[in-house]
Design a protein around this ligand. Structure first.
Ligand SMILES: Nc1ncnc2c1ncn2[C@@H]1O[C@H](COP(=O)(O)OP(=O)(O)OP(=O)(O)O)[C@@H](O)[C@H]1O
Length: 325
């Protein structure tokens, strides 16, 4: 359904030096640097998948979404989405996709939400029957009833985000690109948005590509993870595969009677420390759990011990470290 082959995209950025003298010089001589936002990115995505597209800040996630949604033209490579080249057949193409940029609004700021929806209905030429059916489903499942008649600028972030997601789906797209859809949302709104994404994927077969820094989004939603770093694709697989790869990793949290010195345990990394609690991570292939506990109990009076498999955030961090990004 989606296929990218050798996509690269660079940006020419004007160099700006500090100081008035340098600013004056820059009026006459422009110096530039080239930012390689994407380098030779290739992947394909099947219909009906939910793919988590992750990577640290500046990795190239939004740039990829912009290429796939036809907003940006890459320097080289091919991209085919449902048989379209996104930046070439834009008008026909956008009828098939929905896009939400968490940091930017696609709704008209000063008018009530419902007026924006009516405008989108005209822009996409959505037939009345399907517009009405979609609107009532979206209002119901995203709980929009109370703010349909409120201007967008008066909505909270969570309310606006739900309205944005509804706006992106009014024309029944088969693919949904979500760029940080849960950014800044409280726990309740996050859960509502996640549940909704899952529902439209299961019930309508919508293919979802989701960028996020929230690993619990990934854990809750993604069938597959694509990880990008410094513009290059570094990991493609399931969360399960990632867990297996770091399957022998454990995190141990210990509570003890006040002890003023951090304790070092050979082979274990201390993740945090206070006089009453410390957290370590270690690999059971190299350090036995019993050894860690006995080393700690030699030094402190233990009150509680919790051992967990490594959380997703930590797994992802390990991948980032492995690739030095
Ligand atoms: N319009 C632009 N002009 C110049 N540089 C850009 C532009 N858009 C993106 N970049 C650069 O390209 C790189 C990738 O940016 P991109 O926004 O794709 O990253 P990202 O992975 O989405 O990051 P984040 O998680 O911070 O949103 C960055 O170095 C960024 O500064």
């Amino acid at each position: 359904m989606i296929s990218l082959e050798g996509i690269s995209k660079s940006f020419k950025v004007a160099k700006r030096s500090a100081g008035i003298k340098q600013a004056a010089k820059a009026l006459f001589i422009r110096e530039h640097t080239i930012v390689e936002a994407l380098q030779n990115i290739s992947f394909s995505i099947d219909e009906g998948q939910i793919v988590g597209y992750i990577g640290p800040n500046g990795a190239g996630k939004s740039t990829t979404i912009k290429v796939m949604s036809g907003i940006l033209v890459p320097d080289c490579g091919t991209c085919s989405v449902m048989g379209y080249t996104p930046w070439k057949d834009r008008v026909a193409y956008v009828r098939n996709i929905g896009v939400v940029f968490g940091q930017r609004s696609q709704l008209w700021w000063d008018v009530p939400v419902i007026d924006s929806y009516e405008l989108l209905r005209d822009i996409y030429k959505i037939p009345t029957v399907s517009y009405k059916a979609n609107l009532s489903m979206l209002v119901e499942t995203l709980g929009l009833n109370d703010f349909l008649h409120v201007p967008v600028r008066q909505l909270s972030l969570g309310q606006r985000m739900r309205c944005e997601i509804a706006a992106s789906l009014l024309h029944s797209p088969q693919i949904l690109f979500l760029d940080e859809p849960t950014i800044g949302l409280d726990a309740v709104s996050k859960l509502a948005v996640r549940k909704f994404i899952k529902t439209i994927n299961k019930e309508r077969g919508v293919t979802v590509i989701l960028t996020t820094h929230d690993m619990s989004d990934i854990e809750a939603l993604a069938d597959r993870i694509l990880m990008i770093g410094k513009g290059a694709l570094l990991y493609d697989g399931t969360l399960g595969k990632l867990r297996n790869r770091f399957g022998t990793q454990r995190t141990i949290t210990v509570d003890y009677r006040e002890y003023m010195q951090p304790i070092d345990i050979s082979g274990a990394a201390r993740l945090s420390w206070t006089p009453e609690r410390a957290v370590y991570s270690f690999d059971t292939e190299h350090v036995a759990i019993a050894g860690v506990i006995s080393r700690l109990s030699e030094q402190v009076e233990l009150i509680d011990v919790a051992i967990e498999t490594t959380p997703v955030d930590e797994l992802i961090l390990q991948l980032y470290k492995e690739h030095q990004i």
